[in-house]
Design a protein around this ligand. Structure first.
Ligand SMILES: [Zn+2]
Ligand SMILES: [Zn+2]
Ligand SMILES: [Zn+2]
Length: 142
């Protein structure tokens, strides 16, 4: 399926209004192998926009289970597209994230699942992250 049509379908199936910026953002995320920061997005966007609009779109994508947050090397947030199974408000992306020390990109390792951990009594779990650092595929010497 063409990426533009896919982006439209994602908006439609989540009941989100179709705007140029949302369509463009989704296409950028779908075309990227790694997670993106707000700065990355700003660089890639062609249509005019302001930061508030970008943040608002990111929030609604996150709430609707379209994007999830991932860490970056500086402790800031990046975003990556969810696997197709994320329902609204409950992210099920329980996979590990990999930060490359060479290119500083964050990758979703969809096939590396976070192991189940038992919490101590009295603690309520809201989110969990599992981050590994190293050298990514692209940066390995051939
Ligand atoms: Zn998700
Ligand atoms: Zn790398
Ligand atoms: Zn991820």
């Amino acid at each position: 399926m063409e990426i533009a049509i896919k982006a439209e379908n994602i908006l439609k199936s989540n009941g989100l209004r179709k705007t140029q910026i949302r369509l463009e953002m989704l296409q950028i995320f779908m075309g990227s192998k790694h997670a993106l920061s707000v700065n990355d997005l700003e660089k890639d966007l062609k249509s005019s926009h302001d930061r508030v609009t970008i943040y608002r779109a990111l929030n609604s994508f996150e709430e609707n289970g379209i994007l999830h947050q991932t860490p970056d090397p500086n402790g800031n947030m990046r975003y990556a597209i969810c696997s197709e199974s994320c329902p609204e408000h409950v992210h099920q992306d329980k996979h590990a994230h990999f930060i490359c020390e060479e290119c500083n990109q964050t990758y979703c390792l969809e096939d590396v699942k976070i192991p189940n951990v038992e919490l101590e009594n009295g603690y309520q779990l809201n989110s969990i992250s599992y981050t590994m650092n190293g050298i990514c595929k692209e940066c390995q010497p051939a």
